[in-house]
Ligand binder design. Structure first.
Ligand code: A3P
Length: 314
């Protein structure tokens, strides 16, 4: 259920009040009622948590390391997103109102991503690979009992920084906000798909479900071959050590950044890349002392009473 959000064009959905653009109201029910298939593989994340990285890993693991097709077909076609693209203008509108975007950047945003929606996924051949930033509670209730799901979580402070650069990339220099302004909106749950900790906690509480594989971005950074091995085990795919190393090479930051099929840098401007920095803890150079304290308070408050903690916090 979605109700009016903090501004006219935003809605808040579910009991956690996830922020979505107004147009999502029309699609919430459709997504919730999507027909899940037993051979689906879903990758669920809060934006900027390593979605693309995991998608490429899952797709290749499930497709016998078909590097050739991975090179020929863009990831957004192999692994489309469930939420509908028509939300993008709404999101832009809201960001303009929050004074993040200049109206001129709207056109760029509108054309930025053209991906199939949940409706076309209904007709897509099996097996389907589906990406979503929606939390489990907004997805079909039988999802976990039917399909396999991978959830990637990341330190919210690094997510905030990465999310900021994503907006900058899309809006280029037209974005008015600086990071501290953006952080304020992030911690106050004003941005699409927030609140982040509730989002992650939903998956965390289901982490022992046999159809859910929960992984932290930071652990992928620490030991990629090991995490590839865990994902392959979850997917019931067997690869030799040499093959896993080949995949790890393909998935290395440098190789992903060079790979136009996954590095979705919008507007052809290379100054900010979609596959941008690939670090843990980079937030420290973006938060001044006051913001660092705020972030700590934010995390303590949001994690209170939960069993969830991040490898990098506390
Ligand atoms: P940064 O902006 O911090 O660099 P998503 O795909 O969910 O939007 O996540 C994007 C983030 O994942 C970006 O974070 C991006 O650089 C990072 N990422 C993508 N591929 C990566 C890789 N191979 N190694 C490390 N980080 C990667």
């Amino acid at each position: 259920k979605c109700v009016l959000g903090h501004t006219r064009n935003f809605v808040k959905c579910g009991k956690e009040g996830y922020v979505m653009p107004g147009s999502f109201k029309k699609h919430a029910q459709g997504i919730y009622n999507m027909q899940v298939r037993p051979d689906d593989v879903w990758v669920i994340t809060f934006p900027r948590s390593g979605t693309t990285w995991m998608q490429e890993m899952v797709w290749l693991a499930e497709n016998n390391l078909d590097f050739k097709s991975a090179k020929d077909i863009p990831l957004y076609k192999r692994f489309p997103m469930a939420e509908i693209t028509s939300q993008i203008p709404d999101i832009a509108f809201e960001l303009i109102k929050l004074n993040f975007l200049n109206l001129k950047s709207f056109q760029g945003l509108n054309e930025a991503v053209k991906v199939p929606s949940w409706k076309s996924l209904d007709k897509a051949p099996s097996p389907r690979f589906i990406k979503t930033h929606l939390p489990l509670s907004m997805l079909p209730p039988n999802l976990l009992n039917t399909a396999r799901v991978v959830y990637v979580a990341r330190d919210p402070r690094d997510v905030a920084v990465s999310y900021y650069y994503l907006h900058k990339m899309i809006a280029k220099s037209l974005m008015r906000s600086n990071f501290s302004h953006f952080w304020e909106a992030f911690r106050r749950d004003l941005l699409p798909w927030t609140p982040i900790v509730s989002h992650t906690n939903e998956a965390w509480t289901k982490r022992h479900h046999p159809n859910l594989h929960f992984v932290f971005y930071e652990d992928m950074l620490k030991d990629l071959p090991k995490e590839i091995g865990n994902v392959c085990k979850f997917l019931n795919r067997q690869y030799s050590e040499t093959e896993i190393n080949l995949l790890a090479n393909h998935l290395s930051f440098k190789s992903m950044q060079k790979n136009k099929n996954v590095n979705n840098t919008v507007n052809g401007d290379d100054s900010i890349q979609f596959v941008r920095k690939g670090e843990a803890g980079g937030w420290q150079t973006h938060f001044d002392e006051k913001m660092q304290l705020q972030a700590e308070e934010f995390l303590i408050a949001r994690l209170k009473g939960l069993d969830l903690s991040y490898p990098s916090f506390p």
